[in-house]
Design a protein around this ligand. Sequence first.
Ligand code: 5GP
Ligand code: ZN
Length: 131
Amino acid sequence: MNCIFCKIIQKEIPSTIIYEDEHTLVFMDIAKDVDGHMLAIPKKHVKNILDCDTETLHHLMNTVQKVSQHCIDCGYDGVNLLNASGESAGQSVPHFHIHIIPRKHQDGIDAWPHFNGALTHPEILFQLLKM
Ligand code: 5GP
Ligand code: ZN
């Protein structure tokens, strides 16, 4: 499969591995866009949360929690967890990944998306989205 993250898992291309276990891998993002930017991925190739089975999701989120706690143990105060599922959401690599960004008080990092303001009445969206 021509998937860059599968190649990272297979060690066919190098990465800076933070954590690895039987089901998951966490490595540094190559972007150098923010300090400490990590990616947590399942070793099983699934595209995103929409096609991820419960067991794989469980393994991935366990690892995300473990690494997040590790960040706190290393002296950070919190983490941002980011995910894009689907091209419309901005997903650029089609192998499920959670971005982990360690945070400190007043670190000056703006990790929250800048929205343009809601366009549709909340009641209409509630009727559309309620389950
Ligand atoms: P997305 O836009 O899909 O949410 O995030 C994909 C992320 O993968 C980006 O932050 C990008 O920098 C990272 N990335 C893409 N290719 C590589 C690579 O070969 N190695 C590493 N370590 N990260 C990569
Ligand atoms: Zn893959």
